[in-house]
Design a protein around this ligand. Structure first.
Ligand code: ZN
Ligand code: FE
Length: 255
C-alpha cells in the first residue's frame, strides 16, 4: 500500500511533507521549515513522529528539526556530506543507500547543485520523490554551491525516474516559474495550459505542489534543456545539454 502523503505549508512559501506508512503506521517527515504547523498537522491526525528526513542544510528546511526530534524522540536522517552543517544526525546517508519508513524503502539520490550535499528521497513503491530545492514545480533551485553542470546532472537523474512519479518539492514558486517558463517556450501548449491551471489554483489559495514528473517533463524548461526544439529557440542548436541548462538558469536568475 502506498504511503499517505500530507503536504504542510510552512513559513511564507515552504512545504514539508508528512508520510504515513500504512502497514506499520510509522510516520516520517521530509524537512522541517518550522515546528508549529508540523506539530499541528500531527496532532490533528493523532500521529506521532518517528523519522525526519532532511534534504539540505538551508535554514528554511531544517529550522524545526531539533525541536521536533526532541519532543517526539524522532530519528534524524540526512546527508553524510553535510553532517558538519546539519542538525545532529542519527543516520547519515549517501547516494545509492536506502532509508526505511515502516515497510517502505526510500532511495537516496545526490542532487547537488543548489547546495553540494543536497539529497532527494525516492520511494519507488509509492511512486513519489521528495526533491526540495533541486527539481521544483516548473523550476529548479538556484545554483548556489555547485555548478550548472552538476545541477544538470542531478536533474538528469530525476528525469530518468518513472514518468508517473509524484514530485514533492520544497516551495510554492510555481506561478512565477510559469511566467519565466513562458519566456523560453511561449508556444508550448502544455505549458500554456499548465500556467493557466496554476494561476487558477493560486487565485483560490490552493497548492500547486506536488506535481507529476510527466507534467514537469512536458513543461519545465530546466528539464527540457536537452531537447532540439528548446535548443533552437535559444539559438543553441549545437550546444551541449549542460550549456543550454546553464543559459536557462542564467536567464531565470536575471528574470
Ligand atoms: Zn535551499
Ligand atoms: Fe528552500
Amino acid at each position: 500500500m502506498p504511503l499517505e502523503i500530507v503536504t504542510i505549508p510552512c513559513r511564507s512559501d515552504n512545504y514539508a511533507f508528512l508520510l504515513r506508512e500504512p502497514t506499520t503506521g510509522e510516520i516520517g517527515l521530509i524537512d522541517a521549515p518550522e515546528a508549529a504547523p508540523i506539530r499541528a498537522a500531527l496532532k490533528q491526525r493523532g500521529w506521532e513522529l518517528h523519522k525526519i528526513f532532511v534534504t539540505h542544510h538551508h535554514d528554511d528546511h531544517i529550522a524545526g528539526v531539533e525541536e521536533l526530534s526532541d519532543s517526539f524522540g524522532a530519528q534524524v536522517i540526512g546527508a553524510q556530506a553535510d553532517t558538519h552543517r546539519l542538525p545532529p544526525l542519527d543516520h547519515a546517508v549517501a547516494e545509492g543507500e536506502t532509508v526505511r519508513l515502516g515497510d517502505e524503502t526510500g532511495h537516496v539520490i545526490d542532487v547537488s547543485g543548489h547546495t553540494v550535499g543536497h539529497i532527494a528521497f525516492h520511494f519507488p513503491d509509492s511512486g513519489a520523490v521528495f526533491t526540495a530545492d533541486s527539481l521544483m514545480a516548473l523550476g529548479c533551485g538556484r545554483v548556489f554551491e555547485g555548478t550548472p553542470e552538476m545541477m544538470w546532472g542531478s536533474l538528469s537523474k530525476l528525469k530518468a525516474l518513472p514518468r508517473e512519479t509524484i514530485v514533492c518539492s520544497g516551495h510554492e514558486y510555481t506561478q512565477s516559474n510559469a511566467k519565466f517558463a513562458l519566456t523560453i517556450e511561449p508556444e508550448n501548449s502544455d505549458l500554456i495550459s499548465r500556467a493557466e491551471a496554476v494561476a487558477a489554483a493560486r487565485a483560490e489559495g490552493r497548492a500547486t505542489v506536488p506535481s507529476s514528473l510527466a507534467e514537469e517533463l512536458a513543461t519545465n524548461p530546466f528539464l527540457r534543456a536537452d531537447l532540439p526544439e528548446v535548443k533552437s529557440l535559444l539559438g543553441m542548436a549545437d550546444q551541449p545539454d549542460a550549456a543550454v541548462f546553464a543559459e536557462i538558469r542564467r536567464r531565470k536568475d536575471n528574470f
